[in-house]
Design a protein around this ligand. Structure first.
Ligand SMILES: [Zn+2]
Ligand SMILES: [Zn+2]
Ligand SMILES: [Zn+2]
Ligand SMILES: [Zn+2]
Length: 316
């Protein structure tokens, strides 16, 4: 973080995160020029990793000077660490007792000086280990925590890959569905319009057939009326002109003629109704059945979904 002023809050700001504070301070430190205490060589940022710090001397040292200055036997017990890990003064001593830290309490997660340790209850002392062991243990714990985070990172990446794949899949699925809808719709349209043509043709042929039959019947009846009129006129003329002998001679012949014409088979009632029936609902449903696969009667209708009996009879 290159904006320490934001984090270094005074009063009024949220409590300072000590870890964040440490990271900010470390980065601030690394921006300072670090000079080797022996050769005064300024080191650049890139070289910081190769710099050392002697905690005993409290001095930074470059790699060559580290060898040179601490070669003598009296320096063998000096504690030299890489510069980035140098022990800060504040961590060296217990602020309460002014004694160097020597122990770590795994219970309180804090470092202890000899006096802190003496002040502790016997039970709590069991949780105290030396700094070095505590550091190793802490490193292992941190490793485990880091591993857990890395596992989460891995599974997060896998989940992201999966989700991206699913976004692609859902897109494909949608376009497949759209294509299927369009295709089925156009096939339904084709089938329906074909069936519509057939139905209209059937209606027309039924119409023509019935009209022809009605017209024939009408022509017959129209020609019957004058015939009846002729008979009635004949009868009336006969009645007015014939005497008794003539009546008895010819009257029964006339009556026989009248009886015959009444008994002739006259089609007075229409032989069929005027109702046109194409069964269009059933026909439309039948032609959609194979497309929509909702055909409980499919075996009856046949695979081709042929024209039903409602039409075939009158379609010729
Ligand atoms: Zn040096
Ligand atoms: Zn030293
Ligand atoms: Zn020294
Ligand atoms: Zn102490």
């Amino acid at each position: 973080c290159r904006h320490p002023s934001v984090v270094r809050g005074g009063t009024g700001l949220p409590p300072v995160d000590r870890l964040l504070q440490f990271l900010v301070d470390s980065s601030a430190d690394s921006e300072e020029d670090v000079q080797c205490a022996n050769c005064d060589r300024c080191c650049t940022k890139a070289e910081l990793d190769t710099m050392y710090f002697c905690n005993t001397c409290g001095q930074p040292l470059c790699a060559p000077c580290r060898e040179e200055t601490h070669r003598a036997r009296m320096f063998t017990r000096h504690e030299i660490v890489s510069l980035s890990k140098r022990t800060k003064d504040i961590h060296k001593k217990c602020p309460l007792h002014e004694e160097p830290y020597i122990m770590f309490s795994t219970e309180k997660k804090s470092m202890l000086c000899i006096n802190c340790f003496r002040d502790m209850q016997g039970e709590s002392r069991a949780h105290c280990i030396d700094i070095e062991t505590a550091y190793m243990q802490g490193c292992q714990r941190l490793d485990q925590a880091v591993m857990a985070v890395k596992e989460l990172q891995t599974s997060t990446r896998e989940a992201i890959v999966l989700l991206k794949a699913m976004i692609e899949e859902v897109r494909n699925s949608a376009s497949e569905e759209e294509a299927a809808i369009n295709s089925l719709f156009s096939r339904m349209q084709e089938q329906l319009s074909e069936r519509k043509k057939t139905l209209l043709k059937a209606v027309q042929s039924q119409h023509e057939e019935k009209e022809k039959a009605f017209k024939e019947q009408l022509a017959h009846l129209a020609s019957l009326l004058p015939t009846l009129q002729v008979h009635l006129v004949t009868c009336s003329a006969f009645l007015s002109s014939a005497n008794k002998a003539e009546f008895l001679d010819l009257g029964y012949q006339l009556m026989e003629r009248l009886r015959r014409i009444v008994k002739l088979p006259h089609r007075l009632r229409p032989a069929q109704t005027s109702k046109i029936n194409s069964e269009y609902r059933a026909e439309f449903a039948r032609c959609l059945e194979p497309l929509l696969m909702l055909s409980p009667r499919r075996s009856v209708v046949g695979s081709a979904g042929g024209i039903g009996p409602g039409i075939t009879g009158t379609n010729m």
